[in-house]
Design a protein around this ligand. Structure first.
Ligand code: DQA
Length: 157
């Protein structure tokens, strides 16, 4: 018997990279009045559920080291289809992360748990926003899920 023609499925997308910067490994313990009580593992679990709903694959990485974040963003150029990034304090200091994100040539959504515009003046400036399609701030962990939804729309298949 002749084999059935393959079902027409959209080509598999590379995973979306959800990248977290310094001190985000401390979520749950760190200033819960600002960042909430969820741990990074809780947030990653919620991202996994949302990604599945959106038919996206996800990779997760966290580092406290700027160079390690740059290395992971460089890898993403080949390995990932988009980047959701909470760069933590490097948001407000890092030209290296901005350059890496620009060089990746991928859709980037910048996320912050807290509303950085309601906080100290030094947090009002993001060095990485010029590389981002959009920025989500102040919505807590829900911001990561909204970022995945935005990415899903951007990666029209
Ligand atoms: C943060 C805001 C940054 O200013 C801070 O340095 C962080 C977390 C946020 O998610 O609200 O580490 O990116």
């Amino acid at each position: 018997m002749a084999a059935k023609p393959a079902a027409r499925r959209p080509p598999a997308l590379k995973p979306v990279l959800v990248l977290n910067g310094p001190n985000l490994n401390m979520l749950g313990k760190r200033q819960p009045e600002i960042y909430g009580r969820e741990t990074l593992a809780d947030i990653e679990d919620a991202c996994r559920v949302e990604a599945q709903r959106l038919a996206l694959a996800v990779d997760f990485a966290q580092s406290n080291h700027e160079g390690v974040l740059v290395d992971r963003i460089q890898q993403a150029r080949e390995a990932n289809s988009a980047i959701v990034i909470n760069a933590g304090a490097y948001t407000h200091t890092s030209v290296a992360l901005l350059d890496a994100l620009n060089a990746a040539e991928l859709p980037v959504v910048e996320v912050h748990l807290s509303n950085i515009y309601k906080r100290e003046a030094f947090r009002h400036r993001s060095y990485i926003s010029p590389a981002a399609v959009g920025v989500i701030a102040g919505l807590g962990s829900h911001g990561y899920l909204l970022a995945l939804q935005a990415i899903s729309r951007l990666l029209v298949r």
